[in-house]
Design a protein around this ligand. Sequence first.
Ligand code: PNW
Length: 475
Amino acid sequence: MPEPMTPVTFPPAFLWGAATSAYQIEGAVREGGRTPSIWDTFSHTPGRTAGGEHGDIAVDHYHRYRDDVALMADLGLTAYRFSVSWPRVQPTGRGPAVQVGLDFYRRLVDELLAVGIKPALTLYHWDLPQELEDAGGWPERDTAYRFAEYAQIMGEALGDRVEQWITLNEPWCSAFLGYGSGVHAPGRTDAAASLKAAHHLNLAHGLATSALRASMPARNSVAVSLNSSVVRPASQSPEDMAAARKIDDLANGVFHGPMLHGSYPQSLFEATRSVTDWSFVQDGDLTLIHQPLDALGLNYYTPTLVEAAEAAPAGPRADGHGVSAYTPWPGADDVAFLQTPGERTEMGWTIDPTGLYDLITRYTREAPGLPLYVTENGAAYDDKPDPEGNVHDPERIAYLHGHLSAVRRAIADGADVRGYYLWSLMDNFEWAYGYEKRFGAVYVDYATLERTPKSSARWYGEAARTGVLPAVSEA
Ligand code: PNW
């Protein structure tokens, strides 16, 4: 995409946010009656995360949330997306809420509101209470009902002060990285279970949406954040186009279909026939899942490039989703994943702002009238402080400039994008990669947990304060 020469200006009400998630930043895993989530168990299992790293302390946000909110205010952010740790609120995943857990999030929200930052609360960013996993986890239908109960508790507790609600973050990762390839917690490798998990996450979303509606003021907004792949065929050949459609079903259709349109794509059933007969979908489920939403959250990092292949032999594979002997793409052994050409971030993910434009315009067509938010977008780089202690990250500024320009272009072309949440506010626990991958706009020194805004944080803060993207050269 050509660099725009004229200033890139956003609508005045556009939200300039940053995003985090509970397990990645909070630490304090044994405080206030919190019990282990599947990510505590997984990260403490040898061999699961880089260097055996875990979120026991993370960046200690649980104790430093006041300072972190003050930092956001100082930068000029107008919105903050965080997630609630389910086992902090309902340690066993059932029964009455723990007051200490609710109080933590109430204090955090009040702190945000006091400085004029709009909270967006995600109910589930992957930290399932371990007890619910022991009872079967997401492949077990009851987990969806437990989630709805938890949503009800949260709606009653915080519905008076949080307007923006997100049910699930990236259920694709929960289902297919958690139960398929096993690179995420709980680390299971069972293709049939991963599709069952996907259906129960859909059901959980629908039931939780209804529970939130019933438990909080009608003015509040309910959305979901999907990791919405931009799947491109390597060529226009019918075989490559079919491969791309199959991956699109498995990445997008499996969630967007039931949530937005009330049905699974027929082609998804066909593609996965060798794995499951989908008999776990009960009469009435699609009605429960297909609840009216107030907005759709899109998380985007990089596009996915595929081609048709001979059925892949079993064995380790690297497809940009971590390395595992098992695939997160059930029924797609005849699809090969290619590296999109171009510059890459530290994750090995190719930088492609056009993908974000394509994603936004696609969902503008697919869900007409539904406001969109970019609920995650960002880049990992190998940031290091200079001798004066400053952290310069011009690559991240260029990444943000490119992707925000793509958002602006989509708005100009008629898309209703209401806000953008940079992933992430600060460096944090990057799941299976541990602390090595730094996504933050704010640098965290892991020895002292001291926070230092990188130059990208200043750059982004200026965009937030002015509504105009500063030039990239101001890095
Ligand atoms: C998202 N993949 O994770 C999450 O929502 C964040 O918690 C995470 O830190 C961020 O993106 C950066 O990774 C993903 O393999 C993890 O396709 C893996 C994939 C996608 C998103």
